[in-house]
Each structure stands twice: as structure tokens, then as C-alpha cells.
Design a protein around this ligand. Structure first.
Ligand code: ADP
Ligand code: MG
Length: 599
């Protein structure tokens, strides 16, 4: 388990996950950044570096190899120092490439935003113009533009900027189109904002990531194109050095003095590849979901604070014993508690109901048991979880992972999202078996079919070949239960398994769970928000509110004589037949809009 490095004074220690940290976490992007940074520093320092004049010819020193005295990278066919030409040339090529990128981004994005936002005929007219530009092979178009303007570096820059405008325009228009009719844009218009201001303040911030991404991925490309034009003699004019012209001039000596062309070639390669990996890294960061860590790959096991308190086990005969569990979500330095000091236990053959309104921390409690809360952002700050005799938060990750599904199994709320849509259900049950048992293929299949039969799937041999979408909601949940049963777990944690089902199917699934639990003597931790369900299958019940357990007891006792106000209110929420609108009034009265504190 990954220990948490910070202590219980959490807030100050770790900063918010900054873009920098995210970028540096991506090794490729960091390498690209480092390389590009080095090159940038070098070309910024060129004027003050003790370099010979890049254009000074010295016929006596022609084609010196690399590492010659006074010429670290040798000399070219006119005896000019290659290192000096390389640095000055890189400076020029990078400047031209970036300027062209900026121009193309500015014009292209403006065109794209206007076309996407205004739509209709304007969009049509603009986009057909852009299509016409795109219809030409762009290097040919650049050549035509340079031919019209005359060769020279500035003209090459204009040509490359112009041929790249369509890429920006198309990309940005596509994204703008998606935003132009979104509610927040409509709302801004209704609030009286002018079109220009809506485009700037509502649309632009949303498409900005796309612009930056397109820029970062095309910058390398544009440097390459500039080099291409110079290589053909249409860009930088002699004696001015840029990477393309150096490559072009070195071409004649490719066999006698390969270093003359290899050196600028390697430089072009390094610049383009580092810009591209950096561009990919930037793209990943600019996605806000990635930023918040939502798409970051969570670790295999929830992070556990190294300095957590480990309470002793209070119930020696319980299968699962949660002691003083405190699970929080950490977003940078912000810590939001979800579960606070929860202690629960479930014995063999017992069903414990965990009840509470949505957001009270039931799922987080359940997921904490097997370290399934995603980290980041989840952290178990305190507490212990005993499965059998051992505290699973203290055992090695691999052992904890091996307990999932074998000793503790889960059934989740919506089977449609937990079943794989592309595999037949029988195969998915087999997969659950294969995860913990080494059986032959046919044996495994037979076992899966037996499980399907056990959970009441009619004609299981045929049904096993069906895909999740071919089954009804109740049948899908039965498959989920079959998968949970596959390895004879000691305890099943069912997290609102019937909430997505209609009442009659719900009753049958409950019946199935209760029968299976009694027959196999398993423990069942049943999570729900419905006291009606609890009263049907649970022996004991724990009531949860705002991440804490407020009341526990025998179901019958709690129902007959609820101690806590919140419990009373939850019980009052079970509808009775025939009360109609009066029921809604009652619920509205006991749960007024404003959050009331429980006495
Ligand atoms: P429920 O009782 O409905 O199952 P949960 O256990 O899912 O509630 O959620 C408990 C609390 O934890 C909620 O306040 C929720 O906002 C918070 N929470 C759940 N998942 C995350 C997450 N990934 N990041 C931040 N907060 C979360
Ligand atoms: Mg939940």
C-alpha cells in the first residue's frame, strides 16, 4: 500500500496539483520540455556566445570533420564553422516557425470561431473558402505563394502561415459548433451580452485548449515546412543560415562529408520530436478532467495514511470488522471528508443493512473495505478493516487484491455499467471464476452455467451465450450476483443492488440474495436508502448520516423504536399504499429544503 507521505496536518504540505506537476509527471513530455528548453536557452544566448562569424568563409579550412581544433562540429564546403551556423540557423528557423504558428493560430482561430458561432450561410461561405485552400497539397500551395511573392525568408513565413490557417479554422470551428448552442451561451446572450463579447468570454475560453493543442502539435510541423522551403532554396537566401538551407547546401557533400548535412538534420529531428511530445503532454493537461485527477489512472489500492491510527478489533467473531474508518478525498491541498469514524461489523450468516440518504458515505465505506476507493483522490486517513483476523489495510497490495472477489465480493447498483457490453454473460462469469481458481475450460463453463442456474436464470446454457443488452435489468443483476458468488466469498457487499430495478423485480432479487445468504451462511452487507428493503432482509441495521453512523441495532428494534431523529425520518419515508399526495407532503415536511441539524 502506498503510504501517505504527509502527516495529519494535511493542508499546507501538498500544493494543488498544478499544471507543472502534471506536465512533469509525464516523462516523455518532461523530456521534450527539457530538450526544447535547452535549445531555447542556447539560441537565446547565441549573440553573446564566443562563436565565430557564421558567414565568414575560409576556403583553406573546407570540410573539416567534427571535433577539429577550433571547429567543434567541423566546417562546411566554404570553410564556415558549422556550430556557429547551426546555432544561428536554429534561432532563425525556430523564430520563423513560431511566428508562422502564431499568425496561423490567430487568423485561423478567429475564422473558426466566427464560422462556428454565426453558423448558417456565413459558416458555409467561410468553410467552402477554407476547403478550397485545403484542396491543394499544402506544400504546393506554399510553393505557389512563394513563387508569387518571390523567394526570401519572410515570404516563406507568410506562405507557411497561410497554408496552415485551414487547420486551425477547421479544428476551432468544429469545437465552437459544439458550444455555440449550449445553454450557457444562450444564457449569456439572454443576459444581453453582444455577440463579440459572447465569443470572447464564453466561447473562446472553451476552445482555447484546442487552439493551444493545435499550436503545440503544428509548431514542429511548421519548423519542418520552413526548413523544407529553405532546402529548396525558396526560404533563407545565402549566406544566411537556417536549418533547411544548411541541409540543402550539405546535400552535395552527403558522401564525402556527411556531417555537414547530418548536423542540421539531427537538430531538426530533435526540435520536431521534442515539440511533438511536449504538445501531447500539454494536450493531456488542458483537459479539465485530467487536471482534477478524474482521468488520472488510480492506483490499484486506495492510499492509506502511513500514520493512521489502527484500532483493535472489537468483535472477535465477525467476518468483516470496520473500526474507526475515516476516508477522505484530497484534491491538492483541499481535503473533503466522506466517511468519518465509522465502525461496523458483519458476522457469518448475518445481513447488516447500511442505510442513509444519497451522499451520506455508504458507497465510500463499502469501497474502502477492499481498498477500491480511487486514489487519487481517495485516502484512508484512519481506522482498520479486519477481514477474518488480519487488518487488510496493513497487508501487501497483492494480497489485498487477491482477497477481492475471493473472500469479499461486491454487487453494484447498475449491472449495465458493470458488465462488459462486448462479451457474453457466461464468459464474464467464467472470467470471475478464472480470477481465483485454476480450472479447465470445460469445467469452468459448467461451473458458470451452474451459477447462472443457481441465481435463477432460466435456460442458463443458452442464456450464457447472450450479451448483457439482451437481458432484462433483473436478469443482469442476477448475473452480477452470480459473479459475486463465483468464488464462494465469506461476505458479499451489495451496494444498492436493487435501486435500478422496478419493485417486483426488486422483491425477487432481494429474495434471491436472502436465500443464497442463508443457504451458504455468508455475511451480507446490504447498502440501501430504503427502510422498506432493510425491513425485508436485514437482521441488523446501521444508519448513516454525513459520513457517520448515528444509530445501529436489530432491525426490528430500530423499526419499532428508532432512537435518532434521522432514523425516524428515514422510516417515515417508506410510502404506504393509498396515502398519495399526503405522502409527498409528509416527506417534504420531515426533510425541509434547508439542511436541519439533528438534535
Ligand atoms: P452514497 O451514500 O450515496 O453512496 P458516497 O459514499 O458515494 O455516497 O459519497 C459520500 C461523499 O463522498 C459524498 O459527499 C461525495 O460527494 C463524496 N465523494 C464520492 N466520490 C468522490 C470522489 N471521487 N471525489 C470527491 N468526493 C467524492
Ligand atoms: Mg452510493
Amino acid at each position: 500500500m502506498t503510504p501517505v507521505s504527509e502527516t495529519s496536518a494535511p493542508s499546507a504540505a501538498s500544493g494543488r496539483i498544478t499544471s507543472w506537476r502534471l506536465l512533469l509527471n509525464n516523462r516523455l513530455a518532461a523530456a521534450g520540455l527539457l530538450l526544447i528548453g535547452l535549445i531555447a536557452v542556447l539560441i537565446l544566448l547565441v549573440p553573446v556566445l564566443p562563436l565565430p562569424d557564421p558567414d565568414a568563409t575560409a576556403p583553406a579550412d573546407r570540410l573539416k570533420p567534427v571535433f577539429s581544433a577550433g571547429h567543434l562540429l567541423g566546417t562546411d564546403q566554404l570553410g564556415r564553422d558549422i556550430l556557429s551556423r547551426l546555432l544561428w540557423g536554429t534561432r532563425l528557423s525556430v523564430t520563423v516557425g513560431f511566428t508562422a504558428t502564431l499568425i496561423a493560430a490567430l487568423l485561423g482561430s478567429a475564422i473558426g470561431i466566427v464560422a462556428g458561432y454565426v453558423g448558417g450561410r456565413t459558416d458555409n461561405a467561410i468553410m467552402r473558402g477554407i476547403d478550397m485552400l485545403m484542396a491543394f497539397p499544402y506544400i504546393l500551395l506554399a510553393l505557389a505563394i512563394v513563387a508569387a511573392l518571390g523567394p526570401g525568408l519572410m515570404n516563406a513565413l507568410y506562405a507557411i502561415a497561410i497554408v496552415n490557417i485551414p487547420f486551425f479554422a477547421r479544428n476551432v470551428r468544429g469545437v465552437t459548433l459544439g458550444y455555440a448552442h449550449r445553454e450557457f451561451v444562450d444564457a449569456a446572450r439572454l443576459s444581453g451580452k453582444g455577440h463579440l463579447s459572447v465569443m470572447f468570454t464564453e466561447v473562446l475560453p472553451n476552445v482555447a485548449p484546442v487552439i493551444v493543442i493545435t499550436m503545440s502539435t503544428t509548431a514542429g510541423w511548421m519548423i519542418l515546412e520552413t526548413a523544407g522551403l529553405s532546402f529548396l532554396g525558396l526560404g533563407a537566401q545565402p549566406p544566411q543560415a537556417d536549418l533547411g538551407s544548411m541541409l540543402g547546401e550539405g546535400r552535395a557533400q552527403l558522401f564525402t562529408a556527411p556531417h555537414v548535412s547530418i548536423v542540421p538534420g539531427v537538430m531538426i529531428f530533435l526540435i520536431v520530436i521534442s515539440l511533438n511530445v511536449l504538445g501531447d503532454g500539454i494536450r493531456d493537461i488542458l483537459d479539465p478532467r485530467l487536471r482534477s485527477g478524474a482521468l488520472a489512472r488510480p492506483g490499484p489500492v486506495t492510499e492509506v495514511a502511513a500514520d493512521r491510527s489502527i484500532p483493535a478489533r472489537s468483535q472477535s467473531d465477525a467476518v468483516v470488522c470496520i473500526e474507526g474508518l475515516e476516508t477522505v478525498f484530497r484534491n491538492g491541498s483541499e481535503i473533503s471528508p466522506a466517511v468519518n469514524g465509522v465502525s461496523l461489523h458483519v458476522k457469518r450468516g448475518e445481513c447488516l443493512g447500511l442505510i442513509g440518504e444519497s451522499g451520506s458515505g455508504k458507497s465510500v465505506t463499502a469501497l474502502s473495505v477492499m481498498g477500491l476507493v480511487a486514489s487519487p483522490p481517495g485516502v484512508i486517513r484512519n481506522g482498520a478493516i479486519y477481514v477474518g483476523d488480519e487488518d487488510v489495510l496493513s497487508i501487501p497490495q497483492t494480497r489485498l487484491i487477491s482477497l477481492r472477489g475471493s473472500r469479499v465480493a461486491y454487487v453494484f447498483q447498475d449491472p449495465l455499467t458493470t458488465l462488459h457490453p462486448m462479451y457474453p454473460v457466461g464468459r464474464q462469469v467464467e472470467e470471475a471464476i478464472a480470477a481465483h481458481q485454476s480450472l479447465g475450460a470445460s469445467e469452468r463453463r459448467e461451473k458458470a452455467i451452474a451459477l447462472l442456474e443457481k441465481v435463477g436464470i432460466p435456460d442458463p446454457r443458452e442464456r450464457a451465450k447472450h450479451y448483457p443488452h439482451q437481458l432484462s435489468g433483473g436478469q443482469r443483476q442476477r448475473i452480477g450476483i452470480a459473479m459475486a458468488l463465483a468464488n464462494d466469498p465469506d461476505v458479499i457487499i451489495a451496494d444498492e443492488p436493487t435501486t435500478a430495478l422496478d419493485v417486483t423485480v426488486q422483491a425477487r432479487i432481494l429474495e434471491l440474495l436472502r436465500d443464497l445468504q442463508r443457504e451458504r451462511g455468508m455475511a451480507l452487507l446490504f447498502i440501501t436508502h430504503d427502510f422498506g428493503v432493510v425491513s425485508e432482509i436485514c437482521d441488523r441495521v446501521a444508519v448513516m448520516k454525513d459520513g457517520e453512523i448515528v444509530e445501529t441495532g436489530e432491525t426490528r428494534a430500530v423499526l419499532a423504536n428508532p432512537q435518532h431523529d434521522y432514523t425516524k425520518r428515514l422510516i417515515a419515508c417508506v410510502p404506504e399504499l393509498g396515502t398519495g399526495v399526503a405522502f409527498l407532503d409528509r416527506v417534504a415536511k420531515i426533510f425541509p429544503r434547508q439542511k436541519t441539524e439533528v438534535s
